[in-house]
Design a protein around this ligand. Structure first.
Ligand SMILES: [Mg+2]
Length: 121
């Protein structure tokens, strides 16, 4: 998966840590899920993911309309979204580390092409 082109150092660091760290986290979530929770389908986790993303979006909507929302509520819903995404990915046999790695490279290539013509991503 190593790429020879030159990326910004911040992206190089991200890519270097991504495979080992995210792969390990995803595996650990799978082990915990299998040990302690009922087996669920990818469809279940996809619906859960979208439900949790909706809860997070609802907080942002309220905040946007001027209602004070404690930071802890955003943190709680962001955690729900991440957990649901990892559970979905495990149920769907998606290697998140590889998927994110590949996507970041695509995004960076597109971003740098735009930068070369004076536009922003
Ligand atoms: Mg929630």
């Amino acid at each position: 998966m190593k790429n020879n082109s030159k990326f910004p150092s911040s992206l190089e660091l991200l890519l270097d840590g991504l495979i080992d760290n995210l792969s390990k986290i995803q595996r650990c979530f799978d082990n915990y899920q299998n040990e302690c929770f009922e087996n669920r389908t990818s469809e279940f986790f996809c619906l859960e993911l979208n439900g949790e993303a909706g809860e997070l979006a609802n907080l942002e909507k309220k905040s946007w309309k001027g209602k004070p929302i404690p930071q802890e509520k955003f943190e709680d819903e962001a955690a729900d979204v991440l957990i649901a995404l990892i559970n979905y990915s495990n149920a769907k046999n998606i290697n998140l580390a590889k998927s994110v790695y590949d996507k970041l490279i695509k995004i960076e290539k597109y971003r740098s092409e735009l930068e070369n013509i004076g536009e922003k991503y």
